[in-house]
Ligand binder design. Sequence first.
Ligand SMILES: [Zn+2]
Ligand SMILES: [Zn+2]
Length: 259
Amino acid sequence: MHWLVEWLRDALLWQLVPVVVVENVVLHVVAIGLGEVASRRFAHRRVSEPAPPTTRLELTIVCATLLMNSVTTLAAVLLWRHGIVRVRWDPTAWAVVDTFLLLLVMDGAMYALHRVAHLPWVYPWLHQPHHEYDKPRPLTLLILNPLENLAFGLLILVVLAAYPFHVVAVGVFFVFNIVSGIVGHLGVEPLPDWWVRTPVVMNVTGGSFHARHHQDVTANFGFYTIIWDRVFGTLRKDYASRFGRLPEESTAPRDSRPE
Ligand SMILES: [Zn+2]
Ligand SMILES: [Zn+2]
């Protein structure tokens, strides 16, 4: 680990750029591959209709998204070098506290950002391309307008610059972020039915929650938890009763009127 930190601190830009791009590509290829395996494994628990064949346009957008993700990663490393983004290394219980803090802060901030993305004067040019895919698959996670991807990148950089989170918290957050994103776009529900009846864990999202957002763009705006949707009344009323099941009504996307 120590050698990696030293390398990140000392590497020249031309050495850093290809490593960051390859790291992003490998990470997402592995995550999407595992997501495809999970989609097949839990095919008996479909929460959205199967996605049509992948198009060349989708693959082009995915490449652009991976490049934008690499820009964010590179910016994080450079900001860390300049002392603007700081992380703590002390081996204390703060690692656990910081992990929950970072996940909760980002969950709330991303809920707010997602609500903004659905405002009528923002949605058509920023977020609608993601919603063209009402039958999500793992790859759909990366079908993003470069600007909304940039907004998410800026958000995480601002949060990381605002407070020196423990290095474990930052690592866990990035793993949880990609796992949660893939699970939300599986098109199947890998979690058991008792999940939505069990206190505490019932607030953590699975495959059903975000699939419903692709089918009904007026509800389910959260990412990691359903807490903010509960607070602001945007949780689908049938979320628990249709957990792990296809929606009863048509899966055609509705228009983007905010609540
Ligand atoms: Zn989505
Ligand atoms: Zn949305």
